[in-house]
Design a binder for this molecule. Sequence first.
Ligand SMILES: [Zn+2]
Ligand SMILES: [Zn+2]
Length: 320
Amino acid sequence: MSTRGCVAIKTGTGWRGVYNHCDSYPSGLGKELWDHLKGKDLKKFAEELLRFDDWWNYLAEGVCPYCGRRGLSQPHSISVEILNRLGKKHYFGPFNKRFRTKREMREYYRKLPLWRGRDEEIEREIEKEWEIRRNIRNTGFPDPRIKYHKHKFVDLSELQITSENVDPLFIEWVYVVDPEQRTMDILACQGFSVGGTAKNVPERTGDGFVDHGNYKYRHVRVARVSLDGKEPDWNFIEGIIQVEVALEDVMDEKQLIFEQLKGGKIKRSSCLICNEPALTMHSDPVHLSCLRKVLEELGGDAETWLQPLKQDDPELWVEE
Ligand SMILES: [Zn+2]
Ligand SMILES: [Zn+2]
């Protein structure tokens, strides 16, 4: 499945950024971005990034491969004649034939049953083909005047993702670059079942959550990494927030006994961080205190990440 995300720049109170379609987890987009930013002028990066609405377009410098123009939205309605004609090297005529002369092309077309009796149209095809060849020769692009493909002209700022308009359900990871501090915050999506029915229009609640009726989601900072220091352990950051918390940290004794009599699945294991004994029903767990310590060391907002777990899933979490 595609893991969607956002590459963003810190603003006064929040952030503004661009969409990334897949592999947005720390070992994917996180590492790619960190590598990309190493040694870069971050103020310049921030300016350039926000001229786009999409990370891949930014990486491609937003140059349309058909017209060669910059900063336009994605090309669409691309006509077949220019579709395979990217750059000077890939030079395929209609039906992948390279006609040397107009006459050769004319004769080829006239022999095709579909084109019989359509001489005028054939001449138009020939002119189009030679126009595209001239374009490629002169400009390097098949359609610099945007005749055979389209761009929708749009207001980029409306397409960008911000801390105010983001729905964490659809944007699982956000990377917020702070050009002043030369740091990058890694925000992960955290979601809880709230037991209601799904809403058509999700609602922004004051506590930073987006409420979908049956679930609610928000972004929480799980790490703050330096863009000049040692490379972070991306897999560790990604994995640690998905590990289950030791059952004895979230259930009292009564609940543990009840749970064990009911299902019999609780087993003794050891904490992934401190290696001390810990109870779990599934894979290797972590102690709540160990997870807190690790998130704090990573520069994450441990308090926020751990606190609502206890309130919102009473089946598993209890008040301390
Ligand atoms: Zn174009
Ligand atoms: Zn531990």
